[in-house]
Design a protein around this ligand. Structure first.
Ligand code: ARG
Length: 458
């Protein structure tokens, strides 16, 4: 069925319909479309625009259609132009004139804007729940390994001692910001466009606030042109999702490194790894690699959305139909990634001895060695130089700062004494970094407690 018969004297060409149709990807919004229509019909009858009898038939008809689609009894006709057309057509087929009154004071332009907002609001809640779960897993692991000494890197070169808990909590901080961004995007999504109609509102005395109340929207849009042509909420959500993917991708990259034989800081659970069809020894971090790879799709979705929107004159244009595949793909991809990533992280085995070993071999206590001399009164630049000489000496003699004899220390600077070995012990170096935001076990615990508390209060 076509909604716009009357003006046209010919049937639509199949190729036009195939090209124009959005039902293959907008049918997933059938619940929102039906709930939106029920609220619209309820409001229309309350305002005396349609009769109570029509409203009753519409609500009953739509409720049954929804149940039948869910149970599979009513297959969605893929020849329809879109989900709105299909549902209105099916309703009218069942209840006649009352069905034809549903679209009073409405256009598919405000209808589709409503459906996407409703659909994405729910998706935001699901993603929020998934993010919270992941942050919870990270916080538990960080608490468990808050005292495990690990090497911190810059330029992927061994830099200074940290704890594994601290390293993990850096990701929790990123994901907390992601939670905030999703929450924020949802706020601006939570505005009812229905009542904007095609572009210019309507002469019918609608009660838009009532529709908003029925559908649980916090506000009503104040400009009909903006109401039908705004897709900022898709752009914002896609941006927030892209940033989530940046974080998951960076985390994945580290996991891939950490489970390589070169690092061996962790081992992934067998159930969350994959093998090779030819190399019997292989155990691959496919989940992490795929998450890293899928970040590109989500960024692509964001680019597609931005580009589709940038040149559109007000108000609705068909270009905007392109919004759905992009934003749905971004949402689906992020959800899928979190679905696999969280249990992979939760089940991974940590190998603290290997982390400790890597931390001991890289002169990562050199800054602390210099600070020791500063404590004895030497200016930092001189202390830095003396320690540099010591490192060079160690490399030459195949020693570490821990194993280099005290005579060698004294030969470089006579301020050195045997207490230097305590000063440069990794556990002390990391344990003394208690400054707020530092890697000491207490500081990690503070972060864990704070993140848990914020999530509890949310
Ligand atoms: N399928 C359309 C979309 O997704 C629905 C709105 C159609 N409006 C119109 N004026 N053709 O954008």
């Amino acid at each position: 069925m076509k909604l716009w018969t009357g003006r046209f004297s010919k049937e639509i060409d199949k190729r036009t319909n195939d090209f124009n149709s959005s039902i293959s990807f907008d049918s997933r919004m059938f619940r929102e479309d039906i709930d939106g229509s029920i609220a619209h019909a309820t409001m229309l009858s309350e305002c005396g625009i349609i009769s109570a009898q029509d409203r009753k038939q519409i609500v009953a008809g739509l409720t049954t259609i929804k149940e039948e689609i869910i149970s599979g009894q009513l297959p969605i006709d893929m020849e329809s132009e879109d989900i709105h057309t299909f549902i209105e057509g099916e309703l009218t087929r069942r209840i006649g004139d009352a069905g034809k009154r549903l679209h009073t004071a409405r256009s598919r332009n405000d209808q589709v804007a409503l459906d996407i907002r409703m659909y994405l609001k729910k998706e935001c809640d699901e993603i929020t729940a998934q993010l919270r779960e992941l942050i919870g897993v990270i916080a538990n692991k960080a608490e468990m390994y808050k005292s495990v000494t690990m090497c911190g890197y810059t330029h992927l070169q061994r830099a200074q001692p940290i704890t594994f808990g601290h390293h993990l909590m850096a990701y929790a901080q990123m994901l907390m910001r992601d939670l905030g961004r999703i929450e924020d995007a949802k706020k601006r999504m939570d505005v009812l466009p229905l009542g904007s109609c095609a572009l210019a509102g309507t002469t019918y005395p609608l009660n838009r606030e009532r529709t908003a109340e029925l559908l649980g929207f916090a506000d009503v849009c104040d400009n009909s042109l903006d109401g039908v042509s705004d897709r900022d909420f898709c752009l914002e959500l896609a941006s927030a999702l892209s940033i989530i993917m940046v974080h998951l991708s960076r985390f994945s990259e580290e996991i891939i490194l950490w489970c390589s034989w070169e690092f061996k800081f962790i081992e992934l659970d067998d159930a969350f790894s994959t093998g090779s069809s030819i190399m019997p020894q292989k155990k691959n971090p496919d989940i992490a690699e795929l998450v890293r790879g899928k970040s590109g799709r989500v960024f692509g979705d964001l680019m597609g959305l931005l580009t589709a929107m940038k040149g559109i004159a007000l108000a609705y244009n068909k270009d905007m139909q392109e919004d759905k595949e992009a934003i749905f793909d971004a949402v689906d991809t992020v959800k899928m990634c979190l679905y696999a990533f969280t249990p992979m992280l939760d089940t991974m085995k940590i190998l603290p001895q290997n982390m400790r070993k890597a931390a001991a071999g890289g002169f990562i206590n050199a800054t602390d060695c210099a600070d020791y001399l500063v404590g004895k009164g030497l200016p930092f630049r001189d202390a830095y130089k003396a320690t540099g000489e010591l490192v060079a000496k160690c490399i030459e003699k195949n020693e570490t700062l821990e194993t280099l004899p005290i005579e060698e220390y004294k030969a470089v600077c006579d301020l050195f004494d045997t207490d230097v070995y305590t000063a440069i012990s990794l556990e002390k170096c990391v344990g003394d970094r208690k400054v707020r935001g530092g890697p000491a076990p207490e500081s990690v615990q503070y972060q864990v407690d704070k993140v848990r508390k914020i999530m509890e209060d949310m």
